[in-house]
Write a protein that binds this ligand. Structure first.
Ligand SMILES: NC(=O)c1ccc[n+]([C@@H]2O[C@H](COP(=O)([O-])OP(=O)(O)OC[C@H]3O[C@@H](n4cnc5c(N)ncnc54)[C@H](O)[C@@H]3O)[C@@H](O)[C@H]2O)c1
Length: 250
C-alpha cells in the first residue's frame, strides 16, 4: 500500500475526482477525511469507504470559510492523530458568459472557493504537517489554469492563481519537508461539465480536443494525485502536472 497509515484530507471528496481520489486513497491504506458542502454525497462516500473496510470520515465543510477549514483540519487530527496529506480539490465553474456579463457576486464566489479555499487549506494544514515532520499538498488547478477559455473569466483566473500559490507554498515550506504540487486536469467526466453536454455540436468539439481524442475519467486523475501524495514523488515540488490527454499540446 502506497500511503498506508497516512491521514489525508480531500476537499470536494463527495463527487467526481475527489470521490475517486477518496476511494483510491482508502484502498492504499490512508485514513480518508472528506470535506464537502454536499452532505448527501459526503456521507455516501464515507459509507462506501467504510463498507470496503477503509477508515473514512465526512466533515461538512465549505472551503471558502476559514472556521470550517479549521474544523475540518481539527476533526482529522482529533480522529486520526495527525495530518499528512491535503488534497485541495473542491471547485466550481462559472456561468458561460462574457466577463462583462459576469456578476461581481459570481466572480467573488468562484475566487472564494477555487482560490481562497486553497489558500485556507494550506494556511491551516501546514502547521499540523510541520508537527509531523512534513507532508504533501496537492492543489487542483486545471487545463484552464494554463490556457485561456472564452466565457470562463473567473474560473480561468482562479485556476491560474492556484498554479502560483502552489509554487509559493512549495518555496515557503520545502525546508519543512512539505511538498506542494498541483494538477491540471483536462476535460473529465464529472458533473461540473454536465452543462457543456447540452450543446451537441460544441460538446463533440470540446470532448475530443486533445491528443487522445477523448475525455478523461476521475480515476485517471486520482492516480496522479496518489502519486503526488506518496513518497514515489519525493523529489517533486512546486510543479503543476497536466493530466489532460494532451489537451495543452492541442
Ligand atoms: N471535470 C473536469 O473537467 C475538470 C477539469 C479541470 C479541473 N477540474 C477541477 O477538479 C476539481 C473537482 O471537480 P470535479 O470535476 O470532480 O467536479 P464535481 O462537481 O463532481 O466535484 C466538485 C466537488 O466539490 C464540492 N464543492 C463545491 N463547492 C464547495 C465548497 N465551497 N466547499 C467544499 N466543497 C465544495 C462539490 O459539492 C463536489 O462534491 C475542481 O476543482 C474542478 O475545478 C475539473
Amino acid at each position: 500500500m502506497r500511503i498506508s497509515g497516512k491521514t489525508a484530507i480531500i476537499t470536494g471528496g463527495g463527487n467526481g475526482i475527489g470521490r475517486a481520489t477518496a476511494i483510491l486513497f482508502g484502498k492504499e491504506g490512508a485514513n480518508v477525511v472528506i470535506g464537502d458542502t454536499d452532505i448527501d454525497s459526503g456521507y455516501k462516500t464515507e459509507r462506501y469507504l467504510r463498507e470496503l473496510g477503509y477508515n473514512a470520515l465526512f466533515v461538512k465543510t465549505d472551503v471558502s470559510r476559514a472556521d470550517q477549514i479549521i474544523n475540518l483540519v481539527q476533526s482529522a487530527v482529533r480522529t486520526y492523530g495527525a495530518l499528512h496529506i491535503l488534497v485541495n480539490n473542491a471547485g466550481i465553474s462559472n456561468s458561460n458568459v462574457k466577463s462583462i456579463d459576469l456578476s461581481e457576486e459570481e466572480w467573488d464566489q468562484v475566487i472564494d472557493i477555487n482560490l481562497k479555499g486553497v489558500f485556507l487549506g494550506i494556511k491551516y494544514a501546514v502547521p499540523e504537517m510541520i508537527k509531523n515532520g512534513g507532508g504533501s499538498i496537492i492543489n487542483t488547478s486545471s487545463l484552464l489554469g494554463l490556457k485561456g477559455q472564452k466565457y470562463l473569466a473567473a474560473y480561468n483566473a482562479s485556476k491560474a492563481g492556484v498554479v502560483l500559490l502552489t509554487k509559493n507554498a512549495a518555496l515557503e515550506y520545502g525546508k519543512n519537508n512539505i511538498r506542494v504540487n498541483s494538477i491540471a486536469p483536462g476535460v473529465v467526466d464529472t458533473k461540473i461539465i454536465d452543462g457543456w453536454k447540452n450543446d451537441e455540436r460544441k460538446w463533440s468539439i470540446i470532448s475530443t480536443a486533445n491528443a487522445l481524442g477523448r475525455i478523461g475519467t476521475p480515476e485517471e486523475i486520482a492516480n496522479v494525485v496518489l502519486f503526488l501524495a506518496s513518497d514515489e514523488s519525493s523529489f517533486i515540488t512546486g510543479t503543476t502536472i497536466s493530466v489532460d490527454g494532451g489537451g495543452l499540446t492541442y
